[in-house]
Every structure is written in structure tokens, then in C-alpha cells.
Design a protein around this ligand. Structure first.
Ligand SMILES: Cc1ncc(COP(=O)(O)O)c(C=O)c1O
Length: 427
């Protein structure tokens, strides 16, 4: 029986903490746009769930899924293997740098985090060293399963139960605007150095190339290269969470490419299958995988899911890579991202706005308060642009298929929403 105060039996994730709940029911998605049940179309400023990188209803992705469904839906990956997963993992080994050659497949970003952590912690046991301490950003977000939750210090994700391993969180030393500077980079690296050097040897540092949920914080140029160096000095593994940034979002295939580094472990999801079907991946170096010959019980991976690396999902991911190459989506993300950032940057003189930042097709408008961000997001939706807002920051991450016309329309409509929010606030 339905609760008398509710008109829906669907318990929506993360609500009401994020206060994103509205009554819109989305009934159709097409290209860079979505339609609600009342027939209103919106420019999709959030790519579905920040994952529809190739846009909605792409005929090649639908065709890839349909063809795969007709040929082979899925098969037990422990008993045998199938072409879509073999092809995808081989292609990931090609596009990832260095010795990042060994990939396991899952369904969600949180599962990829879970795998990355288990592999990293087991690696140290495999090679006979006692390391289990992990270092992350307080404002980092790596997923919602029990292990993944431990990595975040964000108040709405952190679990209050016992930690299964020690985690040290690094706070942002200054505002997101200031941290992008050279001084910001120095301050940030000093904090990571302190975290690594204080306490028992660190097993791993895990970071996003851009802190998505934690305020859309763009890290200083060169910071990841310095972090790589620091990890090397202490023999600590560097895990890059590319769940949100991977597959072109930041104007490079992977966010860490901006700094030209090679991580030890990379986690991926969202854009990997364009949001058409759940898929995630964790890729590790050949040396890390080789250490599992010494894993004491199975000499292999003690982790997996029934539908991890589902054949249809892997077939779609292979088609995503083709579409990204053929339609030059990484390049388009860089071009349209620059246009969006420059255009939104003109709003920075508005008294409600404290910062405008971005990298590729992820742009954030930081405001003076959660109410201002909510007012701008609501105004944008009213004028026909979907955005997300989290604690004072409006996040815009449209499909990488965004056209120049879409960008111009988005700028005009968000500009109007900002003007209206500012006018209402001054009344
Ligand atoms: C950077 C990052 N890591 C991990 C996750 C968790 O992914 P999922 O929601 O698919 O479990 C997310 C989800 O938003 C994310 O943004």
C-alpha cells in the first residue's frame, strides 16, 4: 500500500540531502535534450547522470546494444570469455598509458572503487609489505558502497560505522578559486606530503582529477604530476578515479592526461558506456596483477559480480570508443568547454557569483550560498536548461556532442537565470 503522504513508491537516491528533488518526470531523451511529461524540452546540462557523453538515443549505440542482445546476451566470465569484453579490455590497454594493461569489469563506479582498494591493499600483502593506510581528499567522492564511502570526508556520504582500514583525509587549504594558483599547488602538495609522511607507510593515494561532487574543484595545473612524484618517493600507489572525468569529459580522454602522468590504478565508469547501460572498469599495471600469483588463497582476484563486464555493456562501450573517435568528441569537449567557460566567466561580476571554473565540458558556477545556487538552477530549468547544484555550486556537464548552437543557447538561458536570481536577491 502506498504511503498516504507520498505519490511515489520510488525511494530516490541521495535525497533529500542534495535537495535536488523536483516533480519533473522525464519521459524522453534525444541528442543533447530531454523532455518532461508536460511536453517541455530542456537542454541537458547534466548528461543524464553525468554519463551520457555521446548524447541520448545515439543510433550507433542503440544498434550495438541491439546486435549484441541478439547474438549473445552475457556469459559466465569465470567459466569462459566473450569478444565484447576481450575487445574492450584490449582497447583500454591501448588508450591507457604505460603498463596499465590489466582490466576487470564491473557495473558501477562504486564497484570500481571497491575493486581498486581491494587490489591495492592485497598488492601490499602479495609482496610481503604491511601497508593498509589510504589517503584521499576530504572533499573527494569515490562512491557509496561501504568501502568506497570510507574514502570520502564529505559529511553527507561519510559513514559513521567502524572503518575497515585507516583513511587520512586531506582538506583543501584554501578556496577553490585560490587553490588553482601556484601557491595553491604548493599548499596542496605540502598537505599530501604531510599526510604521506605522518604515520605508517601509505598503501595508496586515491584522487579524482577534478573534485566533482566535492564542489567541482579544478586542481592546479601540474598538481597530479607533483603527487605522482611524491607517491614514487614513498613507494605509495597512486589511484586515479576517472569515473566522472574519464572518456573525454575534461577535454582529454582521461583527466590525468592534462599532467602527463601514469597512475598505478585507474577506475572508470559513467562515460565508458555513455550511460546507455551500467558498466565500470578498474585497470591496473601488469606488475600489480603479476603480484597476485602470490595471493595466498586463490592466486587471483577475490572479487567479481554476476553482471560485471556484461556482454551488451561491453559492446556498447566498444561502440562508444568508435563514436568518440569518429565524431571527435574529446576535441569537441575541449572546444565547447572553452566557449562555455568563457561565456559563463562573463557572469562573474554578478554579486551572487564567487567563482566560475571548469575544465573541458565540466563547468561550475560557485555562488554565495546554497539558496543562490538553487535559485539559479531553478531559473535555468524554467528557461529550459537542466543543471545540478550541490552546496552553493551549480554544476554543468552537458553531453560531449554539444554543438556551438547548443552552447550559445545554454549561455543565454543560464545568463537569464543568473540575472533573475540576482534581481530577486536584491529585492
Ligand atoms: C568520481 C566518482 N567516483 C565514483 C563514483 C561512484 O559511481 P557510482 O555512482 O556509479 O557507484 C562517482 C559517482 O558519481 C563519481 O563521481
Amino acid at each position: 500500500m502506498q504511503n498516504s503522504t507520498s505519490t511515489s513508491s520510488l525511494w530516490r537516491p541521495w535525497t533529500p540531502i542534495t535537495k535536488q528533488v523536483n516533480s519533473l518526470r522525464i519521459v524522453e531523451t534525444r541528442g543533447t535534450r530531454v523532455r518532461d511529461a508536460d511536453g517541455n524540452w530542456y537542454l541537458d546540462g547534466i548528461s543524464g547522470v553525468l554519463n551520457a557523453s555521446c548524447g541520448h538515443g545515439h543510433p550507433r549505440l542503440i544498434e550495438a546494444a541491439t546486435r549484441q542482445l541478439q547474438q549473445l546476451v552475457h556469459y559466465d566470465p569465470m567459466v569462459s570469455s566473450h569478444d565484447p569484453a576481450e575487445t574492450l579490455t584490449a582497447r583500454l590497454a591501448e588508450i591507457l598509458p604505460g603498463e596499465l594493461n590489466e582490466t576487470c569489469l564491473h557495473n558501477s563506479g562504486s564497484e570500481a572503487t571497491e575493486a581498486a582498494l581491494r587490489i591495492a591493499l592485497q598488492y601490499w600483502r602479495n609482496i610481503g609489505e604491511d601497508r593498509n593506510r589510504v589517503i584521499t581528499f576530504t572533499a573527494g567522492y569515490h562512491g557509496s558502497t561501504y568501502l568506497a564511502q570510507q574514502l570520502s570526508g564529505l559529511p553527507f556520504t561519510v559513514s559513521e560505522w567502524a572503518r575497515p582500514f585507516p583513511v587520512d583525509h586531506v582538506d583543501m587549504p584554501m578556496s577553490a578559486r585560490e587553490v588553482r594558483t601556484e601557491e595553491g599547488s604548493d599548499a596542496l602538495i605540502a598537505l599530501f606530503a604531510k599526510a604521506i609522511e605522518t604515520g605508517p607507510p601509505a598503501a595508496a593515494v586515491m584522487v579524482e582529477p577534478l573534485l566533482g561532487l566535492g564542489g567541482c574543484v579544478v586542481l592546479p595545473a601540474g598538481f597530479l604530476a607533483r603527487l605522482r612524484q611524491l607517491c614514487d618517493q614513498h613507494g605509495t600507489l597512486l589511484i586515479l578515479d576517472e569515473v566522472f572525468c574519464g572518456f573525454g569529459r575534461t577535454g582529454r580522454m582521461f583527466g590525468f592526461e592534462h599532467d602527463g602522468i601514469t597512475p598505478d590504478i585507474v577506475t572508470m565508469s559513467k562515460g565508458i558506456s555513455g550511460g546507455y547501460i551500467p558498466l565500470a572498469a578498474t585497470t591496473v599495471t601488469s606488475a600489480i596483477k603479476a603480484s597476485f600469483e602470490h595471493e595466498p588463497v586463490t592466486q587471483g582476484l577475490r572479487y567479481g559480480h554476476t553482471t560485471g563486464g556484461h556482454a551488451v555493456a561491453a559492446a556498447v562501450a566498444n561502440a562508444v570508443l568508435d563514436v568518440m573517435a569518429d565524431e571527435k568528441l574529446v576535441e569537441n569537449a575541449a572546444t565547447q568547454g572553452t566557449a562555455l567557460l568563457e561565456g559563463l566567466g562573463e557572469l562573474a561580476s554578478c554579486p551572487l557569483i564567487t567563482d566560475v571554473r571548469g575544465l573541458g565540458l565540466v563547468v561550475a558556477i560557485e555562488t554565495d550560498s546554497p539558496d543562490s545556487a538553487a535559485a539559479i538552477a531553478a531559473g535555468a530549468a524554467q528557461s529550459g536548461v537542466m543543471t545540478r547544484h550541490e552546496r552553493g555550486v551549480v554544476r554543468i556537464a552537458p553531453p560531449l556532442t554539444l554543438t556551438a548552437e547548443d552552447t550559445a543557447e545554454m549561455l543565454q538561458k543560464i545568463g537569464t537565470a543568473v540575472d533573475r536570481a540576482a534581481a530577486a536577491a536584491s529585492r
